[in-house]
Design a protein around this ligand. Structure first.
Ligand code: FES
Length: 183
């Protein structure tokens, strides 16, 4: 009579291997959708709060800005905007006030941090004013009234001057909260 013991052991081993492999593969399939989401969950700096991913946008030449710090308004046109499938070019994104101090430039978003109305620069009082609910701001963007509807000062953005050209990282921020949170 042939000895089938080793053949049965071998078949048994193969069955165990197949079962174990199937369980492992199923578990991997079940986990994959979660695993693929991990980088975006664990890297909020590039999605929500950081500025490293915000592209620089060219605004104007430094010598077009008054040297006495008087703010000048500019539209912001983004050279490229990408979504999942498409790249758009020359997209109007908002507006800024630029104020020069020597070779440095401060950029303020034109949107009021209260509810997003457009802020005016008032020449006669040399300050900023939002006509919607009468928030006022100093030239440095700080709130100047005690019971200001705006819960924070005007929103600034990163700026740089390279070869006489002013660049900004244009961003919008969540309205009506005291913290400055990019959106
Ligand atoms: S939106 Fe500017 S004060 Fe309300």
């Amino acid at each position: 009579m042939p000895d089938n013991t080793s053949s049965e052991e071998s078949n048994d081993g193969r069955r165990k291997f197949i079962v174990t492999s199937t369980i492992a593969a199923s578990a991997a399939c079940a986990l994959f959708p979660l695993a693929s989401g991990i980088p975006s969950v664990m890297d909020p700096a590039t999605k929500e709060t950081g500025t490293a991913e915000v592209p620089w946008t060219k605004i104007t030449r430094l010598n077009t800005l008054p040297e006495n710090g008087t703010p000048t308004k500019f539209e912001v046109i983004l050279a490229k905007v990408r979504d999942a499938w498409t790249t758009y070019t020359n997209i109007p994104a908002g507006a800024v006030y630029l104020a020069r101090n020597g070779k440095e430039v401060t950029a303020f978003n034109l949107k009021c941090p209260h509810l997003g109305c457009a802020i005016d620069y008032r020449k006669n009082t040399n300050d900023y004013f939002c006509p919607c609910h009468n928030s006022t701001f100093a030239l440095d963007g700080s709130v100047t009234t005690e019971n200001s509807p705006s819960p924070r000062g005007m929103d600034t953005m990163d700026t740089k001057v390279e070869d006489g050209t002013v660049w900004i990282r244009f961003q919008h921020f969540r309205p009506n909260i005291s913290e400055k949170v990019p959106i």
